[in-house]
Design a protein around this ligand. Structure first.
Ligand code: NOJ
Ligand code: NOJ
Length: 623
C-alpha cells in the first residue's frame, strides 16, 4: 500500500491540487472511517432479531431493513437486504470477528423457515414459486400487500451468502453439517434460479418488471459456486447446468456504450443507466478473475466504461445540485438512476459507498494480476483521472501502474469522503440524503443496507478480499439459449424449517361493491393465514382496476389456505384510510363454506362471492 503522502503527491501531480489540502482531507477520512466502522457494525446488529435493540418483535435471525415504521414503513425483512447484509457479516467473521458466528446461525435458521412461508408469490412446494417473494413481516409471517413481485435476486443472493459460510465450514472439516443443515436451503435457492432465471421478475428497486443485470449476475455466481460446493459434498446440482446460459445472457446487457440495467416489459421512462450495474459486480467480485473475464468484474473494460457513464450522469448539476462544481476526477453523491422519483430521487449512501468499494475491488484485481490493461473502451475512465493515460498494458514495473493505482485509490476515497460529508455526527446512516440544500438525510433512518455497505466498502479498502469463485478459463457457449430446469424443493428441516407439505388451496373470487375516494383501499381479513388471521396489518388487498362510478368494484381471486381441520371461512371487508386514520371494518362476520381444496397448483376458481360493503364509507384525512 502506498503511504498517504505518496497518494497526496500523486493527486498533486495529476490534478494540481494543493498537497497539504489533500493530506488534511486524507487524515480526516481515516479518522471518519475509524469512528464509523464500529457504529455501522452496531447499526446492523441493532436491526436483527430477536435481540436487535431497534427492532423489538423481529424474528430470530431476521434482518429488518430499517426500524422506520412510517414514511417509509421499512419494518419488514427483505430477502435481498438480508442476504447482502450477511454477505458482509460473514466476510467480517472470516476476517476475524468470531463473535458473529451465533448470528450467522440465526440467519440460517431464519431463512430455512422463511423459505416455507406461503405468500402471494406462491409456495415452496411443489414449484418453489414462493421463494421469489421479496419481503416478509418482521416476525417472519407473510406480507399480503400489493408489491413488485416476484423478485428473483433474493434466492441467488441468499445462496451466495450461505455458500460463503459453507465453504468455510467445509474447510474446517464440518462437511456433514453443511450437507445436512445448510445445503438443503441452498439447494432450494439454486433450484429456483435454474428454473426461473429466464422468467421475468421485478428489479432490485422493486419497480420494473423484466430482466435485470444485477439479478442475472447474482444468478450466475450462485450456480457456479453451487456446483463447486455440491461437488465437495458429493451431491448433485441439476440446476447448476444452466450456468453457461446465464453467463451468455449476462453479456447481452452491454449496449456498446454502457450496461443497460434492465430489459423492461411494458412502457417505461428509463434510459438504462442504473446503480444496479455497479452493485452487481460487487456481488460477483473475484479478485483472482482476469479483468477480461465474461463474469464482468469491476475491472472489466466495459464495466469501467459503464462506471464512468453512470457516475457522469449524476455530475449534471441540473439533476443533482449537490454535485455542482465537482471536478471530473473527484467522487460525487450517487443515486439509483437519473429518472428516480422516490422521495424526489436523491443520492443513496449505499450507492455512493458501493462506488468506492467498486474501485477498491478493481485495484485489488490489478494487484493480483500484476498490471493494468487499458483498452480503447476503458481509456476515457482512466483519462479522467490521469490525462496522460493511453491504451496499453502497464505491468507493476511500469511507473504508470503506480500512478494510476494511486489515482484510482484517491478517487475511491473521494466517494467515501462524500458520504462522510453527509453523514450526521452520530454516524447514523439513513437510506438517502437530499440532492438539494440542506443535503440532510431523508427516507428510512438507520438503513441496515447503508451500514452494511460501509462495512463492506471498508473491507475492500483495507485489502480484505473474498475467496475466488470463477472457474479458470470460463468461456461462453456459441449461442445463447433461454432454457430452464424444473427444480425439486423440500423444506430444510434440519436447519429449523417446519416440515411443510404441498399446501391445499381453494381459489375464491371475492367481488365487492364499495364506493371509495382516491387513496382509500379495501381488504379482506379473516380466519385464514391467507387473510391475515384477523390481523389487519396482513389482510388481503382487493384490486380496483375495474372500478367505475356505476360499478365500484373491488376484487381479487384469493388462493385460500385454511388451517388444518377448518373448512368454514369467517371474514370481513375492511376499508383502509389514506392518512393512517382508524380502519373501517364491517361489524358482522361473513361466512363461506370453503370448497374442497386442490394440491395441483391449478388456477381454477372454485367459488365466487358478489357482495356489497356493510357500514359507513370512509373520508380522506387530507394529508
Ligand atoms: C418505491 C421505491 O421506489 C421502491 O424502491 C421501494 O422499494 C418501494 N417504493 C417501497 O418502499
Ligand atoms: C427500497 C429499495 O429500492 C429496495 O432495494 C430495498 O430492498 C428496500 N427499500 C428495503 O431496504
Amino acid at each position: 500500500m502506498p503511504s498517504i503522502s505518496n497518494l497526496a503527491l500523486a493527486g498533486l501531480l495529476a490534478a494540481g491540487q494543493g498537497a497539504s489540502a489533500s493530506l488534511i482531507g486524507a487524515i480526516q477520512l481515516e479518522k471518519f472511517i475509524k469512528q464509523e466502522t464500529p457504529v455501522a457494525l452496531q447499526g446492523i446488529l441493532d436491526n436483527i432479531g430477536p435481540n436487535g435493540v431497534k427492532v423489538p418483535g423481529a424474528g430470530r435471525g431476521l434482518v429488518i431493513a430499517s426500524p422506520s415504521k412510517s414514511n417509509p414503513d421499512y419494518f419488514f425483512t427483505w430477502t435481498r437486504d438480508a442476504a447482502l447484509t450477511f454477505r458482509t457479516l460473514i466476510d467480517d467473521f472470516l476476517f476475524g470477528n468470531k463473535a458473529l458466528e451465533p448470528l450467522i446461525n440465526d440467519y440460517i435458521y431464519g431463512q430455512a423457515r422463511l423459505q416455507t412461508v406461503s405468500n402471494p408469490s406462491g409456495t415452496l412446494l411443489p414449484n418453489g414459486a414462493g421463494l421469489g417473494e421479496p419481503k416478509y413481516m418482521a416476525d417472519g409471517s407473510r406480507y399480503n400487500g400489493n408489491w413488485g413481485r416476484p423478485q428473483r435476486d433474493g434466492p441467488p443472493l441468499r445462496a451466495i451468502s450461505l455458500i460463503q459460510y459453507s465453504n468455510y465450514l467445509v474447510s474446517k472439516g464440518q462437511t456433514v453439517r453443511v450437507r445436512d443443515v445448510i445445503w438443503p436451503i441452498i439447494a432450494n435457492d439454486l433450484a429456483y434460479v435454474g428454473q426461473y432465471w429466464n422468467s421475468t421478475g421485478f428489479d432490485l428497486w422493486e419497480e420494473v418488471n423484466g430482466a435485470s443485470f444485477f439479478t442475472t449476475q447474482a444468478q450466475y455466481r450462485s450456480l457456479v459456486e453451487g456446483a463447486t460446493l455440491a461437488k465437495a459434498l458429493g451431491l448433485p446440482c441439476t440446476a447448476c447446468s444452466e450456468a453457461p446460459q446465464v453467463l451468455c445472457f449476462l453479456q447481452s446487457y452491454w449496449n456498446g456504450k454502457f450496461v443497460t440495467a434492465n430489459f423492461i416489459q411494458g412502457s417505461h421512462n428509463r434510459g438504462g443507466v442504473d446503480a444496479n450495474t455497479v452493485l452487481g459486480p460487487l456481488v460477483a467480485f473475484d479478485p483472482a478473475a482476469p479483468c477480461d473475464s465474461p463474469t464482468l468484474q469491476p475491472c472489466h473494460p466495459r464495466m469501467l466504461a459503464n462506471f464512468k457513464n453512470f457516475v457522469d450522469t449524476f455530475r449534471d448539476p441540473a439533476l443533482y445540485p449537490i454535485n455542482k462544481g465537482t471536478p471530473q476526477n473527484k467522487g460525487i453523491a450517487l443515486g439509483r438512476y437519473p429518472e428516480d422519483t422516490y422521495f424526489n430521487g436523491n443520492p443513496w449512501y449505499l450507492i455512493t459507498l458501493g462506488s468506492a468499494e467498486y474501485l477498491y475491488a478493481a485495484i485489488a484485481s490489478w494487484e493480483k494480476s500484476g498490471g493494468i490493461t487499458i483498452t480503447s473502451t476503458s481509456l476515457p475512465f482512466f483519462k479522467d483521472l490521469y490525462p496522460l493515460a493511453r491504451v496499453g498494458t502497464f505491468g507493476k514495473l511500469h511507473p504508470a501502474y503506480y500512478i494510476i493505482k494511486g489515482l484510482v485509490k484517491t478517487y475511491a476515497d473521494s466517494f467515501v469522503a462524500v458520504s462522510q460529508k453527509y453523514t450526521p455526527k452520530n454516524g447514523m446512516m439513513a437510506e438517502q440524503f437530499l440532492k438539494v440544500e440542506p443535503f440532510t438525510p431523508i427516507s428510512a433512518a438507520n438503513l441496515t443496507w447503508s451500514f452494511a455497505s460501509f462495512v463492506g466498502m471498508n473491507h475492500r479498502r483495507q485489502g480484505h478480499l473474498p475467496a475466488s469463485w470463477v472457474p479458470k478459463g470460463v468461456t461462453l457457449p456459441s449461442t445463447c439459449a433461454g432454457s430452464s430446469v424444473k427444480g425439486t424443493y423440500a423444506p430444510a428441516t434440519q436447519a429449523g424449517a417446519p416440515n411443510v407439505t404441498i399446501p391445499c388451496i381453494s381459489n375464491v373470487l371475492f367481488q365487492l361493491n364499495a364506493s371509495t375516494y382516491y387513496g382509500e383501499n379495501l381488504y379482506v381479513v379473516g380466519n385464514s393465514p391467507t387473510l391475515g388471521n384477523w390481523d389487519l396489518e396482513t389482510a388481503y388487498p382487493l384490486m380496483s382496476s375495474n372500478y367505475t362510478a356505476e360499478r365500484p368494484l373491488w376484487y381479487a381471486t384469493i388462493p385460500l389456505e385454511m388451517e388444518e381441520g377448518v373448512s368454514t371461512l369467517r371474514y370481513k371487508y375492511a376499508r383502509q384510510q389514506d392518512c393512517g386514520q382508524e380502519w373501517i371494518v364491517e361489524e358482522e362476520e361473513r361466512v363461506l363454506e370453503v370448497p374442497a381444496c386442490v394440491k395441483d397448483g391449478s388456477e381454477e376458481v372454485l367459488a365466487e362471492r358478489d357482495e356489497a360493503f356493510e357500514g359507513p364509507g370512509g373520508s380522506s384525512g387530507g394529508c
